[in-house]
Ligand binder design. Structure first.
Ligand SMILES: Cc1ncc(COP(=O)(O)O)c(C=O)c1O
Length: 396
């Protein structure tokens, strides 16, 4: 299949000579896995976040999955989470045959609505089937699961609204797993994303704020959680196990040394990388200013630091987002419909019986959202070009 040439890339990793040198040097050593680089990478996250433990893994999904395992979420358990996210945040619950309990999102930020989370937790804890039914999926409603966790997502680089989420998880004894895969460096009320739950998880795919190629990392302050996450990423080997002893059923979720070396180098200039992304987001904010029918990203006053992962606009209802996306694509501008609601993905409809209308705010955002080309490397003239073409497509 021919690869389409666009006028502007959808995203670009920001790799410099130091990054290249770091990977090359590692390639010339004897350690391509389980070596010193992953330790240095993990240390950089301890320094940056202040967490007690940092465990590098080979994807954000792997990191989230290990949190689910460490929190002992198993068959039939319930996890409150958001349908407006990348599918991984729900999939990791399904991997363990647990059940995602979706609640709708805040229409401004697109982050999980903490008031609805509180209500869902109260109704499920009440064990009253009438109250529980409102929250449980159609194809589940008659079974009895126990509520184990809340899994909020810091969508597009903006932290969820944590005060009430933390209060609710404490009140009902729930594990709080923060999916910060899109929000490295963001802050909520001057505290860093990833630090609000029992676990925080980051991801480093090439479109992320820093990249390791593929990669992820879990932070936690809890010693026993850290021990189990470390063991499970390494084929279930507990401390003291030899290479062929496996205390637990584990995985190969290790981050290799080449990826870790790139991560170490990227973390050294993380603030610069975030600043470059902020500059591009500000350019978009200014240049989209007078395009009629375009809603710019809403940043909550609680977000004391935004960490721009993607730049997502919302189109006015009178536009057909998919048609506009198609026109832009033909004009050489790549865009993405971030996010298509998780509950309406075919496998979710099939397994749980979700229907359109179940989560109206998520669905509204899913219909109107459009991620524009975005990276810290975009030039002002590229931003101009995207804005001009968007303006044209909305006019025609
Ligand atoms: C919100 C969210 N969660 C989880 C992930 C999973 O990360 P990875 O692609 O590294 O598995 C992503 C990645 O895009 C994400 O955006």
């Amino acid at each position: 299949m021919a690869v389409k040439k666009y006028l502007v890339p959808m995203s670009s990793p920001d790799i410099n000579e130091d990054d290249q040198q770091a990977v090359l040097e590692t390639l010339q050593t004897n350690y391509l896995s389980i070596g010193p680089k992953i330790q240095t990478f993990e240390r950089s996250f301890l320094d940056f976040t202040g967490a007690a433990h940092a465990i590098g893994v080979n994807s954000g999904t792997a990191g989230l999955h290990l949190c689910v395992r460490a929190a002992d979420i198993t068959q039939g358990d319930l996890v409150i989470t958001t349908p407006f996210s990348f599918v991984s945040s729900t999939n990791v619950v399904l991997f363990e045959h647990a059940v995602p309990v979706f609640v709708d999102v805040d229409p401004g930020t697109g982050n999980i609505d903490p008031l609805q989370v509180k209500q869902a937790a109260a109704d499920i804890a009440s064990n009253d089937p009438g109250k529980m039914r409102k929250w449980l999926p159609r194809k589940y409603a008659n079974k009895n699961g126990s509520l184990k966790a809340i899994l909020p997502v810091d969508v597009f680089g903006q932290p969820a609204d944590y005060d009430l989420l933390q209060e609710t998880s404490a009140q009902y004894g729930l594990t709080l797993i923060e999916d910060s895969c899109e929000a490295l460096g963001a802050e909520y009320k001057h505290k860093k994303a990833g630090r609000f739950g029992d676990f925080g998880v980051f991801a480093f795919y090439p479109n992320k704020q820093i990249t390791t190629g593929e990669g992820g990392l879990v932070i936690t302050d809890n010693d026993s959680y850290a021990n189990i996450v470390r063991a499970l990423r390494n084929q279930g080997r507990a401390p003291g196990d030899t290479w062929l002893q496996h205390t637990y059923l584990g995985y190969n979720y290790r981050l290799d040394e080449l990826s870790a070396a790139l991560g170490v180098s990227q973390m050294k200039r993380m603030n610069k990388l975030l600043e470059k992304r902020r500059r591009v987001a500000n350019l978009y904010n200014t240049k989209l200013g007078d395009i009629h029918g375009v809603e710019k990203p809403f940043i909550s006053p609680n977000t004391t630091k935004m960490s721009w992962f993607v730049y997502v606009i919302r189109l006015d209802e009178r536009f057909d987002r998919d048609k506009i996306a198609e026109k832009l694509d033909i004009a050489g501008i790549p865009v993405r419909p971030y996010f298509l609601p998780i509950h309406l993905q075919p496998y979710m409809v099939n397994q749980f019986g979700y229907q359109p209308g179940d989560y109206p705010i998520t669905e509204d955002l899913g219909r109107r959202s459009l991620a524009l080309p975005f990276s810290g490397k975009m030039t002002e003239s590229q931003v101009d070009l995207v804005c001009q073409e968007l303006s044209k497509c909305l006019r025609d």
